[in-house]
Structures are given as C-alpha cells and as structure tokens.
Design a protein. Sequence first.
Length: 486
Amino acid sequence: MAQIENPATQIESALANGNFGLALRLADKLVATSKRSLLGWVSRARANLGLGRICDADEDLDVAIRLDPNDAQSILLRGMVDQRLGRIDRALGRLTKLAASNSPFATEASVLLSEALYFSHRRDEFKKFVEAGGVWAKDPRFALMSARVRAVSDPLGAIDDLLVITRNTSSVVLRRVAGFDAVQMLDKIGRYREAFDLANHLHATTTPPFDIDGFLEGVREQRELLKKGRAWCAPRVDPVAGVAMVVGLPRCGTTLLEQMLDSHSRISGIGEYDGVEIMGTGIASTGMPMRNLSMLPRETGSALQECYLRGAMRLRRDGAQWTFDKNLCAWKWLPAVAAILPGAVCFYVARDPRDMAISAFLSFFNPLVYGWTGKFDSLRSVIEAERSILPDALQTLQIPHESIVYENLVLDPSGHAKRCLDRLGLEAQASVLKPQDNQRAVFTLSHEQVRRPINNSSIGRWQNYQWAFDGSWDSLAAAHDARRER
C-alpha cells in the first residue's frame, strides 16, 4: 500500500513544482483545521507569493508572526514582503538580524538584504555589505551583487563579470538577471549591437513558449464590443472613492507618473498592486464573458470590490486621500474596472511604440507572465491590441480618465501634473515636479531613471536599434505621432 504523504510534504512538493494553487488549497485545509497552525499560515504566505498576491501574503504573515515572533522562515518572508511593499526600513531591520544569525535562512536573508539596499539606492550601505562577504559569499548570487558593486567604478569589468555568470550558472533566473544587467550596461555605453544580440540570446534560451493568442483573446472580444459604440456593462456595485490607477503597457512611463503623483501629500502610490489581476481572474473563474458583465451577481461584485479595496487601503500611506495603483494589467480588464470599481479614475499613458518595444525587449521580465516581450512580432501584436481598444474603451465605458502622451509629459510636466491633479480634485504641489526626491523605493525596471530629474533622454531610443524595426511598425508609429501633435 502506498504511503500517504503528510501535509507538510504535500505542500512542499506543490511549491517546488510551482503548483501554487494546490499549495494554497492544502494550506487552507491546515488553517481550517487549526487557526494556530504555523505551517498552515507560512505555507499560505509562500503560495500567495507564488501567485503574486502580495497583500494576501502580507496578511498571512501577520498571523504567522503573532504565532511565533522568532520563526526564521516567517521573518524571512516578512522581510521579502516588506521590501516588495516599499517598507524598506522595516525590511532592512528584519533582514539584517536574520542575515547575521546562524539560521539556515541567513544566506537567503543576505541576498534579499543586498537587493533591498541596491534597489532603494542605499549604494554605500550596499557596497559595504557586499564587500564584507560572509557565509553567503558561497552562494552563486553573491557574484551578481559583486558585479553590481564593481559597476560603479569599473563598468567594463562588471560587464565581463556578468557575462561569466550568464555563461556558467545553471540557474535560469540568475542567468536572466545577470544577462539583462549586462544588456542594460552595454546599452548605456553605446554598444547597441552587443546589447541587442545578448538580449535576443537570453530570450531565445530562457523564455518558454508563450500563448499570445490566449493572452489577447479577451482584448479582441472587447474590440468587437467597442464597435457597437456603447457601454455593454453597467456597474454592479456602489461607486468607490479615492481610487486611481494607471492604464498602459510596461515601459510606457507609468513609473514616472506614479512617482510624480506619489510626491503629492494626498496621493499614495501603492506600487504594482495585484488587485486588478485578482479581480479580473475572479470574474473569469465565474465563466462570465465580458459581454455579459451586467449579469454578474451583485454579491460577487461586492466581494471582488471589497477584496480590491482591502488590499489597496492596507498599502495606502497614512493621511493620503487617494491610492495610485501602478498595475500593468488594468488595460486588459477595463470592463471589470467599470463593473467592480465604478468611480475609479484611470490615467492612460501612451509612448512611442518603438521606444516601448526596445525598452521591453532589453529588460528583464518574468518570462512566464511577460513572455510576449521576448519577440518583436509578439511585442507588436500586444501594442496593436492595446491601441485597438484604448482610449476608446475608457470613453465608451464612461470611466473617468486622462489620456497622457509620455513624450508630452516629459516636455511639459507642469501642465500634465495640473491635468492629473485637477481630475483628482487636488491642489498643485511643487513636490510633484521633483519625483527624483521621492524617498519611496522603486522596485521596477525604472528604478534608476526615476532617481534623476524629469528628462527627455529616452525619447527616440529606438533609433539606436533601427535594424530591429521593419515597415510593420510604421502605422503604429504614425498613429502615435499624430496623437503627440494633438
């Protein structure tokens, strides 16, 4: 007779295989049996992190830490979540103690601590910590951090170090991270062909097949519905107040807009919050097609709204009146936003499609979620799909919004800031025009750029890679140029 695995073994197996949904269901059973099951709450947190549900993991860890304030794994996960949610001082405090301990999680804490210092631009502390070495110096990721330290004084040597990691590591994730670090550095020093070829190699060797048709299925359905010229869904719940979000693809300037608005005392940026994705997949799980959203049961809509608001309010800075959600998926879920979050204000940001494409292609993205960034034909397909519904969907669905052209934003930040603040009913503040002074840590691909004053240096970046673009991009580029001139 086959031996039945215990819950801990089953959960660990599910997590190791990336089956986070199963791990979450198994953890839920443990918690249902005993609300004081540390294993259950820690496992829930790990599963929710795997699913990208950071706020849910945050709540799980609140319980786990109360059950055992000294549990090393809970402290590690708490430091990880605090870092992801921008609570940098709290994250550094927890991770520093754990990294200096004899815990089996000390190495992982050291890696996370170095990342937190690096992305929060505490570069002197980062350099000192890495150069101190220690037990974690035996970890393959230490070489990546050492290369990042070297990059400040010896960029060419750092590129060589990163390429060695890319060639020699067996870890696909480390290969991508080190490789795209090298890509960005090659681009920065003008070695464009090498940057492009390396990015192309990384995509080809580390990105699994991506179902672009499945990814865009819902967008194509929206496009057909938009042809009717009228709203096809009505709000299913009461309006919300104080909710704003960005609408746009990665690398279109959303981080700049977020850092500008987050600098206002009455607006709290909440990062790339997962609430819209959870809301959208929650609707999809009911089997309800977008064309029938007006038939969504009110209790279902209320539950989805409450779930979004609970997480958003958890992340909102004290004293703020508005949350600003910099998610990267709202553009696909606008019918859900209209039905579940009526009253939410959207800011649609559009950038030259070629600048967006080359910026995405040369950057590290999760290959499972953003596999479409690895090929130019799929990049073009996604940009075409987005622009086939935006900004028309915002208007048709009667979502309060502002449409912003990135190039015009950086050339006239004051005027665009006023437009945004007027839409939110707020007075102007000078701090909004100095996003580089915003102390909130940025863990997106734009973490370096937003630490500099607003500038137009990235406009026309695609021209360094003209060979990558053929005539199939001309209509997209022409449409964007016309939008810039309006």
